[in-house]
Design a binder for this molecule. Sequence first.
Ligand SMILES: *Cc1c(COP(=O)(O)O)cnc(C)c1O
Length: 380
Amino acid sequence: MYKSIINFIQNLYNTKEYIPLHAPVFIGNEKKYLEECIHSSYVSSVGSFVDTFERMIEDYTGTQKAVVCVNGTNALYLALHICGVKQEHEVLTQAFTFIATCNAIAYTGAQPVFIDIDADTLGMSPTALRKWLETHTHMVKGACVNTSTGKIIKACVPMHTFGHPVKINQIIQICNEFCIDVIEDAAESLGSFYKNKHTGTFGKIGILSFNGNKTITTGGGGMLLCNDADIGVIAKHLSTQAKVPHAWEFTHDAIGFNYRMPNINAALGCAQMENLAMYIANKRETAHAYKTFFETIPDITFFSEPNDCKSNYWLHAILFANATYQKEFLEYSNKNGVMTRPAWTLMNRLPMFAHCQTDGLSVSNDIEKRLVNIPSSVRL
Ligand SMILES: *Cc1c(COP(=O)(O)O)cnc(C)c1O
């Protein structure tokens, strides 16, 4: 059975050579824009590619203001900082996520609290969220307080796992009831829509990543999607050392950050954006091929986009009937030239976050033992 899966993937990618999980593709104006950028000498902290890239992301996602950042982790940290998350606070998030989500929360000094996921989205479960809030918190002067720790729950960071949109409408509604800001970790979901609205544009702020393994890449990079233009202005200001605009004076009015994406990276981003629609159509075709194939394989299901959603299918995922099959397949595929990977170790089992509160995480624990990501690059 495992051999037939490997054969199928090799045919799909039309190669017998090593197949990585997700490789970047440069088939557009990348070289041209990089040359232009170098020729202009504006490779660093000023230059027109940054503005163009931000406008392209605004047009595509429909966000009020997009603000470039050096990477997705820093974009998320800056978003939390802007929402006023501090050491005395707690932040709700998923245990089933990439470490960057929790690292960004940890930089603020706040403690994460881990909420379970839904099996049909692999993202934060609104049902689990409401249940935890109703049993573990109470309101004090318009703030949601964790009854056992006495700390204010300041923000909630749901993540659109592997590009599949979470039930973001319900999460926002619940968080509004409890006066909690929502920051969407949309690092994986550029090109994914929930009910025709782009992921990352529902919460107060959303963030994207353009790391080398994401749907499009700038080498390294990130973006804040600010759904309130005023917050966008603050984000831009703080990410550029909080410099007060002036023709020649060098003055700063806050402790800012050097988080702006260099112009040379943005040049790459502009070229990549031009091909985004093609990449996504290509990845959705791959998803269709995988889905059709895995329907013929017993004990394995291909994970399809949730209802009412259009997913970018950043990383394709299959679910085995049990943990033994998962382990066997991981061994077999990686030994036979096809890169596959289990989901992340749950955050609450890492030493840095082992002391954090959880809601039991029954779905997260189950999915973690059965899921495998399979090759997902754009097919040329
Ligand atoms: C990729 C990713 C990030 C941000 O990563 P960077 O490498 O810092 O750009 C954040 N959260 C999740 C869930 C991610 O997958």
